[in-house]
Design a protein around this ligand. Structure first.
Ligand code: ADP
Ligand code: ZN
Length: 518
């Protein structure tokens, strides 16, 4: 069956073979089956409905959440001589009427629209009159409330199966999470769908996580190695986006901000400029996402820990869609975990808070992993893999362990000497023998632990203290200015009754930049 399709593929799209999974989905669709297409970004999902659309007698309706994406796809199809149109608010009334006329005359092979337009009663009736061959629901995860791109309009798509019981539905997404998957199939009431689940591996993306010390400098150091290539930097808040954009501009980078606080017009403008390579960098919140149809994004930086592995995977997946080597770099500060916890504590819906927390913990575990990152990622998506990838930071530069007992003793006894009443930076200042006014005033320069950690840098100690927290030897009291307190287990370390292996901190700072700006 699929052999017959090769000439069509060649003739209409110029490709000589199918990519993994495409041929199977296409033949299931041509047999009238519902299908569920899970493919990573760049995997070639569109072709799964575009090719059947050409051979089926009636129109294929493509539901897409984004205007820019519709236009791109329709332009590309038209360039290949395929009868495709879209309807959205960017069209004039006359244009819309002319698309309706073509639809009525049965001229269209593909029609793209947003769910709210499709579900207008008059439009559904119109479709019943002309008949539909296939519904393709792109970005189908938008239907799931658990997903990070939930769109209420998508939920109403549930009625398609009732209104058009004979018409196959194809749901497509690059979101791999099992709960979301289940949700999509259930809400669209897919009937024994053909499920295509390709691997979610993106072998050309290199995953790295850097411990966060001086984020701006770390980002600049990273950018210096990118030689002007295009990239996205994700931040957790609008405020941070604006601030970082300004800082990067001051350093001479061509950066633009993108978040939901900007007007639609401004956002479109930024996105277009990025696409044309007029901006090198987009600094963005999660609002910058679906529909970023640019194949030569060379890197994605996460300035803060994303909330879920799914979001992380989606966001990093925007790099390297052309298949050429790309980088996903994340800055990780373990303190982000506590921040998230407090934030979730304010969430009134208990169940929702719990699910979000579990998902966030999985994300944090990825960031803290000492094993191959790709394994953590793919196994989260259920791909039972065991072979380390060779293209992530832990594979390329395995963490170095060393006997950390003495360092730990120095740090713990210093916490004890300052009376368990100070935070990380003060403890480090004492260890490093600082003569700051605060230290002198407190008399902390008289402590036996003053200056016993001179050989190590500030950041080095920061990493060590974070590890001690991680091991449950220290606790940061988040209710009281993040004061460091000893935990019971610290006693055995102080007495030297146990051995303690720590990871050698990895500290990168920008070339030719001052070591510390703040
Ligand atoms: P997705 O929607 O899964 O992110 P797209 O449908 O945009 O991916 O496809 C990604 C790229 O792969 C597009 O440039 C598309 O033209 C190309 N492509 C799709 N199928 C094939 C194929 N069989 N052979 C070669 N290129 C393909
Ligand atoms: Zn690896």
């Amino acid at each position: 069956m699929t052999a017959d399709l090769l000439p069509l593929l060649k003739q209409n799209f110029g490709f000589s073979e199918f990519r993994d999974g495409q041929a199977e989905v296409i033949s299931a669709t041509l047999q009238g089956r519902d299908s569920f297409v899970l493919m990573p970004t760049g995997g070639g999902k569109s072709l799964c409905y575009q090719l059947p659309a050409l051979t089926m007698p009636l129109v294929t309706i493509v539901v897409s959440p984004l205007m820019s994406l519709m236009k791109d796809q329709v332009d590309a199809l038209k360039a290949n001589g395929i009868a495709a149109e879209f309807i959205n608010s960017s069209l004039s009334r006359e244009d819309i009427l002319s698309v309706f006329a073509r639809l009525r005359r049965g001229e269209l092979k593909l029609l793209y629209l947003a769910p709210e337009r499709l579900l207008q009663p008059a439009f559904l009736t119109r479709l019943e009159d002309v008949g539909v061959s296939l519904f393709a629901i792109d970005e189908a995860h938008c239907i799931s409330q658990w997903g990070h791109d939930f769109r209420p309009d998508y939920m109403a798509l549930a009625i398609l199966k009732q209104r058009f019981p004979q018409v196959p539905i194809m749901a497509l997404t690059a979101t791999a999470d099992a709960a979301t998957r289940h949700d999509i199939m259930q809400q669209l009431t897919l009937q024994q769908p053909y499920v295509n689940q390709g691997s979610f591996d993106r072998p050309n993306i290199r995953y790295t996580v850097q411990e966060k010390f001086h984020p701006l400098e770390q980002v600049i150091s990273f950018l210096q190695r990118q030689e002007g290539a295009a990239g996205i930097i994700y931040c957790a808040s609008r405020r941070k986006v604006d601030e970082l954009t300004e800082q990067l501009k001051q350093r001479g980078y061509n950066a633009a901000a993108y978040h939901a606080g900007l007007s639609n017009e401004q956002r479109d403008k930024v996105q277009d400029a990025f696409k044309r390579d007029d901006h090198q960098l987009i600094v963005a919140t999660v609002a910058f996402g679906m529909g970023v149809n640019k194949s030569n994004i060379r890197f994605v930086i996460h300035y803060e820990l994303p909330r879920t592995i799914e979001a992380y995977y989606q966001e990093t997946g925007r790099a390297g869609r052309d298949g050429v080597a790309a980088e996903a770099m994340m800055l990780f500060d373990p303190a982000d975990i506590g921040r998230m916890k407090r934030w979730l504590d304010a969430e009134p819906n208990q169940q929702r808070a719990e699910v979000s927390w579990q998902r966030f913990l999985a994300m944090a575990a990825f960031a803290a992993a000492q094993t191959c990152r790709r394994l953590v990622l793919l196994n989260y998506f259920g791909e039972a893999r065991q072979q380390p990838c060779g293209n992530c930071d832990t594979c390329l530069q395995p963490p170095q362990q060393f006997d950390g007992l003495e360092l730990a003793q120095k740090a713990l006894s210093c916490v004890y000497r300052v009376g368990q009443r100070f935070g990380m930076h003060h403890v480090i200042d004492v260890l490093r023998g600082s003569q700051s006014q605060k230290i002198i005033e407190m008399g902390h320069d008289k402590l036996s632990t003053w200056g016993i950690g001179k050989e190590q840098t500030h950041d080095y100690w920061l990493s060590i203290l974070r590890q001690l927290i991680h091991f449950g030897l220290l606790q940061q009291d988040i209710t009281a200015h993040s004061v460091l307190k000893l935990q019971p287990a610290a006693r055995t370390v102080l007495r030297g009754e146990v051995s303690l292996s720590l990871a050698e901190p990895r500290i990168e700072t920008a070339k030719r930049e001052p070591e510390r700006l703040v």
